[in-house]
Design a binder for this molecule. Structure first.
Ligand code: PLP
Length: 467
């Protein structure tokens, strides 16, 4: 089919004619067309027909202050009038980037030294990767360059961050990962534990696996380890008890830098201000983006500790520059919006808010779905959660991917006015804006309940489930 399928000159027709979308089956899109979103209010967005949707994932786990925050609009406007652009290369600076860097350092989960600004989560993680390489060159360890990430991790899609990502769709047909990026096991007890293995024992095994990998590669060649506190796009995977302290002990033993990717988990998502605090991690490098500006303008940050900074400083002085940076690093309008976002977070006290509201969301999730015949596992903490659809609950067996159960649930949910996110193994993710009310949490799940009921009836009719 072609653009002619849609009303001539409609937004849908022009979209299909001209736009190449991220994360889209381009052929299916030609048939189905887009959902054209026109505006938002609070936790809701509206399409061009006026249909309303609760966005259960805050867009892409990012619009934490919802879709109509006037203060953020004003912050952008004021900054655009005062200084719409200036760069930060070669010692040039401006107040929004200075203030934002200071605020981030003051709020860091562990003592941090400096902030580097970029425009996306992928750029932040690529920058962190390059910092690790540069740091080791600068301190005279040119052979220490390999970086370990985890299967099912999501760190972005650029060449470096896409290599760190551990999902097949981001590697297949893209010739990734690049050399020197290794992947270790996913910390998912539900699928990964051996029969009878406790969470603590599973964590010990994963830490032992990591140590074995480092020893196999040669500790003198392994430089960094990347981890999301809770894996988001991989399926909202909460690590087992004791996981990060055990992993971090191995990293320290072999002088491997710990990079924590807080692109989703930062800023009140997990029941604390940072995911590192919820999970007990002490990063050497921390990356963040998304909720940093409530996604109103693109901006991301890399925080580094004093040890890493000293290496970078040394190297840049010897060479004469730190040859890395983006035209829009610390863009004044984006930095001003991020600054205002952080002020709003302080006023909301997002750490405690997330713990309080998160408890409501987790209670609802568990009460509604734990005993559902199609749900194998309910997981999450704070304002991030998921349930996983399974064909056989006792055997923890997922559905045949050809049945497309999660996309079908997403479609039913969309028809009933809620946008959900699907992830590997038919996981259904929730990560609503932090401004969601208790009533809206219930309304969101009521709509999902209806969609799940329709799917369950469908699967029963087809004979795809026996329950
Ligand atoms: C944990 C994590 N890291 C990095 C990224 C990449 O961010 P971006 O899409 O802004 O490049 C994402 C995006 O979803 C993410 O979830």
């Amino acid at each position: 089919m072609t653009a002619d399928t849609f009303r001539a000159n409609s937004a849908a027709a022009r979209d299909v004619a001209y736009a190449l979308h991220p994360y889209t089956d381009h052929v299916a899109h030609r048939e189905n067309g887009p959902v054209v979103i026109t505006h938002g209010k609070g936790v809701r967005v509206f399409d061009e027909t006026g249909k309303e949707y609760i966005d259960a994932v805050a867009g892409l786990w990012c619009a934490s202050l919802g879709f109509d925050n006037e203060r953020l609009v004003k912050a952008a406007e004021q900054q655009m009038r005062k200084l719409p652009f200036y760069h930060s290369f070669t010692g040039r600076s401006h107040e929004p980037m200075i203030d934002l860097s200071e605020m981030l350092i003051q709020r860091a989960p562990v003592p941090m030294s400096k902030v580097f600004l970029a425009n996306s989560g992928s750029e932040a993680n690529d920058s962190a990767l390059k910092m690790i390489w540069y740091y080791n060159n600068a301190i005279g360890r040119p052979e220490k360059k390999k970086v370990i990430s985890r299967l099912k991790a999501y760190h972005g899609i650029t060449i470096g961050s896409g290599s760190l990502t551990g999902l097949p769709v981001n590697h297949k047909l893209f010739d990734l990962p690049i050399q020197g990026i290794l992947h270790t096991l996913t910390p998912h007890h539900y699928h990964g534990a051996l029969p009878g293995e406790s969470e603590e024992e599973f964590s010990t095994r994963l830490a032992n696996e990591l140590e074995a990998l480092i020893l196999r590669e040669g500790p003198e060649t392994v430089a960094g380890f990347f981890a999301e506190p809770i894996m988001g796009a991989g399926g909202v995977i909460v690590p087992p008890t004791g996981y990060f302290p055990k992993i971090q002990a191995v990293l320290r033993k072999y002088d491997v830098l710990m990079v924590v990717d807080e692109v989703i988990c930062g800023f009140g998502r997990t029941g604390s201000y940072w995911g590192s605090q919820t999970l007990g991690i002490e990063p050497d490098i921390l990356t963040c983006a998304k909720a940093l500006s409530s996604a109103y303008l693109p901006i991301s940050a890399v925080m580094i500790n004093e040890k890493v900074y000293q290496g970078l400083a040394e190297g840049s002085h010897t060479i004469g520059t730190w040859g890395h940076g983006f035209t829009y690093s610390g863009h004044p309008a984006a930095a001003a919006v991020a600054l205002e976002t952080l002020k709003i977070y302080d006023e909301m006290d997002i750490g405690s808010l997330s713990a309080r509201l998160g408890a409501v969301m987790q209670r609802e999730l568990r009460a509604r779905y734990t005993d559902h015949p199609l749900v194998g596992e309910v997981r999450g903490t704070g304002l991030i959660g998921a349930f996983e659809l399974v064909q056989d609950k006792a055997a923890k067996k997922n559905f045949d991917p050809a049945l497309k159960v999660a996309p079908r649930l997403m479609k039913h949910a969309q028809e009933r006015g809620v946008f959900i996110r699907i992830a590997p193994n038919d996981s259904i993710a929730f990560s609503p804006p932090l401004i969601i009310s208790e009533g809206e949490i219930k309304e969101m799940f009521n709509r999902v309940d209806q969609a799940l009921e329709v799917l369950t009836q469908e699967l029963r009719r087809e004979g795809s489930v026996s329950v």
